[in-house]
Design a protein around this ligand. Structure first.
Ligand code: PGA
Length: 223
């Protein structure tokens, strides 16, 4: 993953299938062709299949991800979405987002199980941490530093501090872990984060909902 810049769109609980397809039609054909960029779209589960189809048919350079997956396997787990089924669509899973820890009681232990499930089913885990003390489970080589106060607030962390946290995570988990920054990233501030030595990309919530803003972010990072 060295030298790669990740741009991960986290749509959270937003967009109907029609809105998702409209976004893809606006974004897909105009994405920069850059070998150093990994652009990932993480829609809701309900739009996942249609999103995957539209990206495949359009041959767009977007990977598909999910925003969570089950800590259980296939079987009698009502309401769950296991990695064995999600890997039909998804290459990546955002795991341990602070909104899941806060609203759904996710613990480090549950997140570690999810990372195992993902890995066993060829899905790459992107684990979110609030600071450098949050645990990154074994086997996870992609993390996102997301200070809770910066999420959806319009107040991003400073690039310097984000770089420091990323550096601490690398010291703790090894140089081969790639660390993204997330929290109020937009087209105006994205370059200040990706320019940092220890930051390998961004995880974007609100700004990723706009096709125009997301395209701007990708084009800026391709320069
Ligand atoms: P935000 O969300 O870009 O809206 O701050 C980031 C995230 O929650 O991943």
């Amino acid at each position: 993953m060295d030298g790669m810049t990740w741009i991960v769109a986290n749509w959270k609980a937003n967009k109907t299938i029609a809105e998702a397809l409209d976004w893809i039609a606006q974004v897909g054909p105009h994405l920069p062709k850059s070998e150093k960029l990994k652009m990932v779209l993480c829609p809701t589960f309900s739009a996942l299949s249609e999103v995957k189809k539209a990206i495949t048919v359009g041959n767009f350079s977007l990977m598909v991800g999910v925003q969570d997956l089950s800590s259980f396997g296939i079987g009698a787990y009502t309401g769950e979405e296991p990695a064995q089924l999600l890997n039909q669509f998804a290459d990546l899973a955002i795991l341990g987002h602070s909104e899941r820890r806060q609203n759904f009681g996710e613990t480090d232990e549950m997140i570690a199980k999810k990372v195992q499930r993902a890995g066993a089913n060829k899905i790459l885990s992107l684990v979110c941490v609030r600071d450098s003390d949050t645990q990154v489970p074994d086997g996870c080589k992609l993390a996102a530093y997301e200070p809770v106060w910066a999420i959806g607030s319009g107040l991003a962390d400073t690039p310097q501090n984000a770089n420091e946290v990323a550096k601490k995570l690398k010291t703790k988990y090894g140089e081969d872990i790639s660390v993204l920054y997330g929290g109020s990233v937009n087209a105006d501030n994205v370059t200040t984060f990706v320019a940092q030595e220890n930051i390998s990309g961004v995880l974007i919530g609100s700004a990723s909902l706009s096709a125009e803003e997301f395209l701007k972010i990708c084009k800026t990072c391709a320069l």
